[in-house]
Design a binder for this molecule. Structure first.
Ligand code: UP5
Ligand code: MG
Length: 346
């Protein structure tokens, strides 16, 4: 039997969308059902049912409380309708309602099954402030490599502005076509597009994972970009810290052309690299200068060996890094990124 005394408070919120039943779609909050004996004999406590977290509808209208809970008898998570009849279930042993699989449509449910989003915070309240560090440097200076390492080893979340744009481009449509033209021409996309992508990725990540340390890689690429960011962040926003990867052009070109064989990026060719570098000098360097003048910029000599770059980079992030992760041994992927282990042959 679960030791109900030692259970962690249920602070998760669940959003259900797309069920096709208005009374099911909506927000579910930690259950306030009083302690009872469940059908399988397990005593439940506030926020819990059958020893697992449980939720009530936020509008309090459901006949069954909790209305989203786990059944030990059926070994499944279950979502009920207002009248208490079950609409969706998922047979599994997961500690929390699964968000990555299709739910089963039960007797009173309607297809398609809904999407379940687990929030770490009450989505009706503003999202906690993130810790943001901007990473800038020329094309191929190693921004992505170092950010990936910090994600794997130090628990930071890596948001590459370029990758977000490339993902958006894949979705197709008018915006996608215009993104393609900007990227291949080495030019900067309009700031609204990238600021929105970054802000919503950050909010979604914090709400759904609780993670709050973000490396924003390849942004702000111009003073205009920075103005867009500050505008979207509100009047009290502080200027984030910047780590600037300094690297001479010949090294950048060599690295990007080395990478070109594997990535197939439409801008990894000699002509695009030159255009990207010109844009970098004209638009991005003045932004770096601005951060330097405000004492918010740490310079990293990115032409060094990967391990040396990483050790300076790690120091630059120490203020917000979870100390318990600092001494962890390198994972296999980290060793590959650091050039200490070959990538597996395809
Ligand atoms: N490598 C890495 N570190 C190394 C080291 N120390 N020693 C030896 N080799 C090292 O690294 C490049 C290569 O070098 C890799 O093979 C790596 O193994 C090796 P990588 O980490 O990929 O470098 P990175 O700096 O991330 O290079 P990237 O090409 O991604 O930088 P860009 O800044 O050019 O590209 P990004 O994806 O950020 O942007 C692409 C385009 O999107 C821009 O040109 C622009 O059109 C558009 N964009 C906007 O318009 N607005 C934005 O805000 C952002 C992007
Ligand atoms: Mg990159």
């Amino acid at each position: 039997m679960t030791d109900i005394i030692n259970l962690k408070t249920n602070t998760y919120y669940i959003e259900v969308t797309g069920s096709g039943i208005p009374e099911i779609d909506g927000l579910f909050v930690p259950s306030v059902a009083p302690p009872v004996k469940s059908e399988s004999g397990t005593k439940s406590s506030l926020g819990y049912w059958n020893g697992r977290m449980a939720w009530d509808r936020a509008d309090g209208k459901a006949a069954r409380s909790p209305s989203l809970s786990y059944s030990n008898s059926y070994k499944s998570w279950r979502i009920s309708r207002l009248d208490g009849h079950l609409a969706y279930d998922m047979t599994c042993d997961d500690e929390l309602p699964p968000t990555d699989r299709e739910w089963h449509v039960y007797k009173m449910g309607v297809a398609p099954a809904p999407k379940i989003i687990l929030h770490f915070f009450d989505p009706r309240k503003p999202c906690p402030e993130p810790n943001v560090v901007f990473i800038l440097g020329g094309p191929g200076s190693g921004k992505g490599t170092m950010c990936e390492l910090a994600e794997i080893q130090l628990g930071w979340v890596h948001l590459s502005a370029g990758d977000l744009l490339r993902e958006e481009r894949k979705k197709g449509g008018e915006v996608a076509d215009s993104i393609e033209d900007f990227i291949t021409g080495g030019k900067l996309v309009p700031r609204e597009i990238i600021v929105n992508l970054l802000k919503s990725a950050m909010e979604y990540t914090t709400r759904t994972t609780g993670k709050n340390n973000f490396l924003v890689d390849g942004f702000p690429r111009s003073v205009n970009n920075l103005e867009g960011w500050l505008e979207a962040s509100g009047p009290d926003a502080k200027l984030p810290k910047m780590l600037y990867f300094e690297c001479p052009y010949d090294v950048l070109e060599k690295r990007v052309m080395g990478r070109a064989k594997f990535t197939g990026r439409s801008d990894d060719n000699l002509e695009s690299i030159k255009l990207r570098f010109d844009t970098f000098k004209a638009e991005t360097l003045p932004t770096v200068e601005l951060f330097k003048s405000k004492n918010q910029c740490v310079e990293v000599d990115a032409s060094q060996e990967r391990q040396d770059v990483y050790s300076v980079f790690k120091k630059g992030l120490s203020e917000h890094t979870d100390k318990s992760l600092l001494e962890d041994p390198f994972t296999e992927k980290a060793e590959m990124l650091l050039g200490l282990r070959p990538y597996p042959k395809k």
